[in-house]
Design a binder for this molecule. Structure first.
Ligand code: BGC
Length: 420
């Protein structure tokens, strides 16, 4: 018997190997272009890398620093123009359509069908992921942009109340200033100015006005008394930032709130990723509140990876696996726990998420029913990039000069109409 096994073993092994061989994963490489370089962001993207490697593939990281992704998009353009597209790139919103028009994106319908994406994504999300009715991108999350992050110890020290509207904001900010602390942690970069501004517009004008201005690009809304008032509030906010704000990265601004140097920051919930990475707990070490005047409304910002056409067969296998993994519950949960966002996939348990994420999830659903779910202008969800750029330019020019609010609204309308 022993002898039989002794001779049979190698043959058996070879037979087994031959049987298994066709089922083996063809290891491929994916090059992934993204701009997740802060502490919380890096922790989040590492989850995707690990899962892809677990599936037997190689991850080539192409991280381009710069919050909001402007630099990453510049690098992407030059890579594609020179015929060297990455396998996947962090591209969002209408910009996906622009890349579709270029004929650069690949069809993911087979992966989507196998993974039942059509039933697992809210329509507001799946619409963005398709070009001409075909899946070309896959969503990792839903970020809420209209948040305010506050340090309760700073407010306590200043005897200030956490504001729920922009009048209360001005009162609280003055008290914090009097207490010798920085009221608003801000980084003076165009995308951060625009992030703050869109929350102000939502808080002052409401969701319908926001939509008229930043989705319909309606001249009457852009150059209106409500827009003038919004710029006036932006001026107030700017006056409560510190002298070192120009050029500061967003995560360094978040660190000021974490350390108790500043009272509040207006930023999307990727800021929560920084609090989480620093071991801070919501409700205790920090407070998440909808930006003043925006409770019940939700500016959404969906991060997604668009997939480029690849020639190599093994790279295609790896690319499909990447798309599949992104939509799986394991990734959607762990990534979003780190990132500060909520899963894009429907039906996920929120049990492991904190109260900020639970609030975000509930408000995402309720705002879609009340008409208060709006796409983020500052994060490329509401317009093509050329129009977004025109808005950025005006808001930043206002932020960094003594331009009047009235002139800014007129200039905004002119810039937007000119970019159409
Ligand atoms: C992206 C986030 C990112 C943030 C800061 C946003 O546009 O959607 O994923 O964390 O920029 O870089």
């Amino acid at each position: 018997m022993k002898k039989i096994w002794g001779t049979a073993k190698p043959t058996l092994l070879i037979t087994l190997l031959l049987l298994v061989a066709p089922l083996r994963v063809v290891a491929g490489e994916v090059e992934v272009l993204h701009w997740w370089t802060s502490g919380g962001e890096a922790k989040s993207v590492a989850v995707l890398k690990q899962l892809l490697e677990k599936a037997g593939h190689k991850w080539k990281d192409m991280a381009v620093a710069g919050g909001g992704g402007e630099s990453a998009m510049t690098v992407l353009k030059s890579r594609v123009v020179s015929g060297d597209a990455p396998t996947a790139a962090q591209i969002k919103g209408p910009t996906i359509q622009e890349w579709g028009d270029e004929g650069a994106l690949t069809n993911l319908d087979a992966v989507a069908k196998a993974g039942n994406w059509e039933n697992l994504l809210p329509k507001v999300v799946s619409d963005v992921m398709k070009y001409n009715g075909h899946y070309v991108a896959v969503p990792v999350n839903v970020h809420r942009v209209n948040w305010m992050w506050a340090n309760p110890a700073v407010f306590k020290k200043a005897g200030a109340k956490i504001p729920t509207n922009w009048q209360e904001f001005a009162i609280a900010a003055e008290k914090i200033k009097q207490a010798g602390l920085i009221p608003v942690a801000h980084g003076g970069q165009p995308w951060q100015d625009a992030t703050t501004f869109e929350s102000i517009v939502l808080g002052i004008g409401g969701a319908d006005f926001y939509r008229k201005a930043f989705v319909d690009l309606d001249s009457k809304a852009l150059n209106s008394p409500t827009m003038v008032q919004s710029f006036e509030v932006l001026r107030t906010v700017q006056q409560y930032t510190d002298k070192d704000a120009p050029g500061r990265d967003w995560n360094l601004a978040t660190a000021m709130v974490i350390k108790g140097e500043a009272g509040m920051q207006f930023m999307g919930d990727w800021a929560k990723g920084e609090f989480t990475a620093a071991g801070k707990k919501p409700g205790k070490d920090y407070i998440c509140m909808p930006a003043p005047g925006t409770a019940g409304a939700f500016t959404f910002n969906i991060d997604s990876f668009a997939m480029f056409k690849v020639k190599d067969k093994s790279a295609k296998v790896a690319q499909n696996d990447l798309a599949r993994i992104i939509m799986e519950p394991e990734f959607q949960e762990v990534f979003n726990l780190n990132k500060g966002s909520i899963p894009a996939r429907l039906g996920m348990s929120m049990a492991k998420f904190d109260d900020c994420a639970k609030e975000s999830s509930a408000d995402f659903v309720s705002s879609s029913k009340t008409g208060q779910l709006v796409p983020s202008m500052a994060h490329g969800m509401s317009t093509f990039s050329s129009i977004q750029g025109a808005i950025y330019d005006t808001v930043t020019a206002f932020f960094n000069s003594d331009m009047s609010a009235k002139d800014a609204a007129a200039k905004l309308d002119k810039a937007v109409q000119g970019a159409k």
